[in-house]
Design a protein around this ligand. Sequence first.
Ligand SMILES: Nc1nc2c(ncn2[C@@H]2O[C@H](COP(=O)(O)OP(=O)(O)OP(=O)(O)O)[C@@H](O)[C@H]2O)c(=O)[nH]1
Ligand SMILES: [Mg+2]
Length: 402
Amino acid sequence: MKNKTFIDQIDVHVRSGKGGDGAATFRREALVAFGGPDGGDGGRGGDVVLRASVHVNSLLSLFYNPNLFAEDGVPGSGGRCFGRRGKDLVVDVPCGTLVTDRDTGLVVADITSPGEKVVVAKGGAGGYGNVHFKTSVNQAPTEHTLGGECEERRLRLELKTIADAGLLGFPNAGKSSLLSRLSSATPKVASYPFTTLNPIVGTIEYDDYAQVRMADVPGIIEGASRGVGLGLAFLKHLERARVLVYVIDMAGTDNRRPWDDYKTLAKEIAEYSADMPERPWIVVANKMDRAAARKNLARFAKETGVKPVALSCEPSLKDLREYADLKDYDGPVGVDAFKAELRRLVNPKPRAHQHLEAPPPPIDEMPDTTGEEIPAEALRFATFLKLDAKKKKSHPSRGNIH
Ligand SMILES: Nc1nc2c(ncn2[C@@H]2O[C@H](COP(=O)(O)OP(=O)(O)OP(=O)(O)O)[C@@H](O)[C@H]2O)c(=O)[nH]1
Ligand SMILES: [Mg+2]
């Protein structure tokens, strides 16, 4: 079997633990007449729990083990011994996992926040032992209850990556190059189509530490909605994206026509979902370091009515604005213009100095704290070490013995 590296949809069979039965036993001991009932309760069956983890980015582990069975509760026994409860089975899944019941088609859970736990199959309750049934008129009860039944379900787990923005484009348009230029993600970049085979998410950070998560998915080609190329299945990773970024190879490599590429992309997206074309979008004209791209830019604007953000992902020797044929372009130019536009649309929260009303002043403007009393504003930036407040134990004096 070919080794798999990424799985974004898997069917699993989950079963919780059955509850342990209660015991019906009697105390029998030498010299103890009529010892009475002493059957303990059974333990509860374990639950099957799905937990969102940031350390997992695929459902691959479930591909190799799709049967998720929790432990049964242990039955009670004589001497009022209660059975141990069955261990829960906790399975880590990536954030953004959608869980649906395969039999009813209903959504069971959408696990998005790190650490979030969802019980997908609840363990059966433990049964009662006969100690619970002793009454004044029935001092030797044999009644006891059986443990609760387990819960069994067939579930479908589907990963829908969580990202604020999603990159869309033909193969080789430069989507991965743009992601690696703006974030510390390291997607593979190469000059052959379908270099990217799995979604990759990178985080773009701004000066005030605001963050935008951007997802790179495999390229789309004409007819993708009919399954051509890698099809549109991976577009589910962009379903949660608030902003779509169309990346166009403006240089028209391999005799492509950039304006046709854009129209094809828009058509394929509309085929996939009625809601995605309604979302805010940005069009990026990539490879502007190449003369052919600068030549195509005006025609692209005329054919599509869109003024794209003109940029280049390759480290170019000069600023794009310095190119004579880009001087007259009145649309946004450069990677920084793209970052700013992305920020405007995603509107992430700034994260710097969350705990302070204002940022601290530069170090040489800090108030002088060498005086008798420390000024109040200096205290706001001070760190206090809590010294060990334990006092030395004072031993009572033994006095002098003469
Ligand atoms: N000249 C130039 N080449 C670029 C630029 N951006 C990307 N490239 C090249 O274009 C090729 C494809 O880039 P990728 O980033 O792998 O393209 P992709 O859209 O991720 O492609 P797939 O993963 O196959 O869908 C690589 O050889 C890059 O070096 C650019 O701004 N200028
Ligand atoms: Mg790629």
